[in-house]
Design a binder for this molecule. Structure first.
Ligand SMILES: Cc1cc2nc3c(=O)[nH]c(=O)nc-3n(C[C@H](O)[C@H](O)[C@H](O)COP(=O)(O)O)c2cc1C
Length: 193
């Protein structure tokens, strides 16, 4: 168990499902409930990537010359990433990967890679512990494996480490053990907060 009230922690939840009452957002709500129970002094920022509708990276080269993106729609994401201690990515599996709006956010991490490798700047100083929550329509693990690999790469730019990956499998069958998933979430957060 984390140290109760020993200092404010910033939790950033990034969601990638268009279905407000779908499996992904149900798991995301559980994370917020359980995090609040485990660690009282927590501040939450939620970014819904469908609402944000970030422009996709166009590989224009702007971030090779300046530590920024040519499009200013990423600024709220950057501000939230700068202050986060804990990062939760909640996403359904779409065609073995992230839905397009969330993938657009991940692609925009290119500006942080360019900051490092072209400009010699560390873009995000604060280290984050991270959790992937995923909703996987089928029984297999394929999509989640690809998503974890993508995150491991992006997390180098976000200064984050993937501490836990929790998946609701076989969601399209309609049989989802939410109690067991809540238990997994609780265990993962207890190890992080
Ligand atoms: C466009 C689209 C693509 C999908 N691709 C996959 C897939 O590749 N593998 C899979 O197991 N399920 C796939 N699914 C099923 C979703 O992962 C599943 O329904 C999930 O529970 C949706 O998350 P939500 O309940 O949060 O909306 C897909 C669903 C959609 C709408």
């Amino acid at each position: 168990m984390g140290e109760l009230n020993s200092g404010k922690k910033e939790l950033l939840l990034i969601t990638g499902s268009p279905r407000k009452n779908g499996v992904t957002n149900t798991l995301a709500a559980m994370v917020l409930e359980e995090a609040g129970l485990i660690y009282k002094n927590i501040n939450v920022t939620t970014l819904d990537t469908y609402a944000l509708a970030l422009k996709p990276c166009t590989h224009c080269g702007y971030c090779k010359k300046k530590p920024a993106c040519v499009h200013d729609d990423f600024l709220p994401v950057d501000a939230a990433l700068q202050r986060a201690d804990v990062l939760v990515i909640a996403s359904p599996v779409y065609v073995l990967g992230f839905p397009a709006p969330l993938k657009a956010l991940l692609d925009r991490s290119q500006q942080y890679f360019e900051a490092k490798f072209s400009l010699g700047i560390t873009a995000i100083e604060r280290h984050k512990k991270a959790v992937l929550l995923s909703a996987h329509g089928s029984k297999d693990d394929k999509g989640v494996c690809f998503m974890e690999e993508q995150l491991k790469l992006v997390f180098k730019a976000f200064n984050a480490e993937l501490n836990a990956s929790i998946t609701a499998h076989n969601t399209d069958s309609g049989h989802i053990d939410f109690d067991a998933l809540r238990g997994e979430i609780k265990t993962a957060l207890t190890g992080i907060l």
